[in-house]
Design a protein around this ligand. Structure first.
Ligand code: NAD
Length: 333
């Protein structure tokens, strides 16, 4: 039995990416009473195979468009007239932003600005919401004993990527304040799961091992991240959409801090025991400006949603490894 979705006309950006595709998949499989328009320029980080998962569904439309092109964005907003905008689209890899930040400024900042400009004409529609998908990286980093990030902590981004996300979040809250645009900003920790491009840590561990290449570990491997399974992130997004939100921020995390080296060892264990592979690691020079620790305080979100989260990290890690073992060619033409 599917449930009725609280928003009828949903404009999603970056819906063929890692997290956006989890959101659309969950919508299509579990909900009815909505139409989706997906704007995605289809960068290297996504795949035609991801789009194929959705095409053919009656309530799904796709536009191969660039959110940094204002005229196109405005045209799509006028024709589709969404009452919910969920902005997943972004350049998302920190290392790429260090080598060249221009695409991050264009897609993440100009792109978000264009979506906000196009949304201005829809603010008066009843039940309009602009949802900005953001990251815990906007808060900067923490020392070992610091308390976890809270929603009202000041932004202090370290990398060109996190600075571009912080800038776009600030544009969203400014549109809320200046134009009374209802908005939701969710800051989430590191996601893992199927369809994440191979450049990111967890897919790289698995794909390098399949290809017989050593797994690079930055610095001493002791940087700490909080990890959440991608479907747990998108389920939380959906639970928030079921509430009446008028300009709010919520943290989303996995209650699951782990040092990179321990995460790598956990995955190596699955690869060795379940797939009889022989993963090998090599320590490499640390990432420039590498943040030491991220941790997310989810009390506000859990209280608002009246829930207690208890995620099954190890089971979902195995689900993720299994997916890559079966779909290692997902990005090949
Ligand atoms: P991703 O790189 O897998 O997907 C990004 C998607 O955006 C791709 O489909 C890409 O084609 C599209 N896109 C990029 N530039 C575009 C443009 N100019 N116009 C239209 N489409 C464009 O990224 P992801 O991991 O799915 O991240 C989605 C969002 O979640 C991002 O905003 C990211 O900052 C945020 N986030 C990611 C994580 C994580 O761990 N992956 C954690 C917290 C927040």
């Amino acid at each position: 039995m599917t449930q009725e979705y609280p928003y009828k006309k949903i404009l999603i950006t970056g819906g063929c990416g890692f997290i956006g595709s989890s959101y659309i998949k969950t919508l299509i499989e579990n909900y009815h009473g909505f139409e989706v328009m997906n704007l995605d320029i289809m960068t290297y980080a996504t795949s035609q195979k991801t789009l194929d998962l959705f095409e053919g569904h009656d309530n799904f439309q796709h536009s191969h468009s660039d959110i940094s092109d204002l005229e196109t964005v405005k045209k799509i907003f006028t024709t589709f007239s969404p009452n919910l905008v969920v902005n997943f689209a972004a350049e998302s890899h920190v290392d790429n932003s260090i080598y060249g930040a221009a695409p991050f400024i264009k897609s993440n900042i100009i792109g978000t600005f264009n979506l906000l400009e196009a949304s201005k004409s829809l603010i008066d529609n009843s039940n309009f919401l602009f949802h900005q998908i953001s990251t815990d990286e906007v808060f900067g980093d923490l020392n070992a004993d610091d308390p976890a990030f809270k929603e009202d902590d000041p932004y202090d981004p370290s990398s060109p990527y996190s600075a571009s996300k912080a800038s776009s979040d600030m544009l969203v809250s400014a549109w809320g304040r200046t134009y009374q645009m209802p908005y939701l900003i969710t800051n989430c920790s590191n996601n893992f799961g199927p369809r994440q491009y191979k450049e990111k840590l967890i897919p790289k561990i698995i794909c390098n091992t399949i290809d017989g290449i050593e797994i690079p570990v930055y610095g001493n491997g002791l940087n700490i991240r909080d990890w959440i399974f991608v479907d747990d992130h998108t389920e939380t997004i959906i639970e928030l959409h079921k509430k009446n939100i008028q300009s709010e921020r919520f943290n989303i995390g996995g209650n699951n801090e782990i040092a990179n080296i321990d995460l790598i060892k956990d995955i190596m264990k699955i690869l060795e025991l379940k797939y009889e592979l022989s993963p090998k690691i090599k320590f490499v020079e640390d990432r420039q400006g590498h943040d030491q620790r991220y941790a997310i305080n989810m009390n506000k979100t859990d209280k608002f949603l009246n829930r207690k989260t208890d995620y099954n990290f190890f089971n979902n890690l195995e689900v993720t490894v299994d997916w890559y073992m079966q779909n290692v060619n997902w990005w090949d033409e």
